[in-house]
Ligand binder design. Structure first.
Ligand SMILES: [Ca+2]
Length: 92
């Protein structure tokens, strides 16, 4: 991550523990950061060249009980919906 711009916390895997979701505006990468017994891990959720990610919304947008992400870019008409069907997050 070089320019993290937006951060949200959500229990993406429905395990009772929140992950941090970070949108980076310069790399176009959205990452998930977890803390597991004292060690941190980072996993890429999605990446779009030049997306200039600026904001993240968390919710269950299709009503299946899993947490989804809506990620908005700036200046390039980029809005991405990332649906979670529990472990791992999958992009649609
Ligand atoms: Ca859902």
């Amino acid at each position: 991550m070089s320019e993290p711009f937006s951060v949200e916390a959500a229990d993406l895997e429905l395990i009772g523990s929140a992950s941090l979701i970070v949108a980076d505006r310069s790399s176009g990468v959205v990452s998930k950061i977890d803390s597991n017994d004292g060690s941190w891990s980072v996993a890429e959720i999605t990446s779009v060249d030049g997306a200039n990610w600026r904001d993240i919304a968390v919710g269950d947008f299709e009503g299946d009980g899993d947490v989804d992400l809506l990620i908005a870019g700036y200046g390039n008409n980029a809005v991405e919906l990332v649906m979670s069907t529990c472990c791992p997050v999958s992009q649609v």
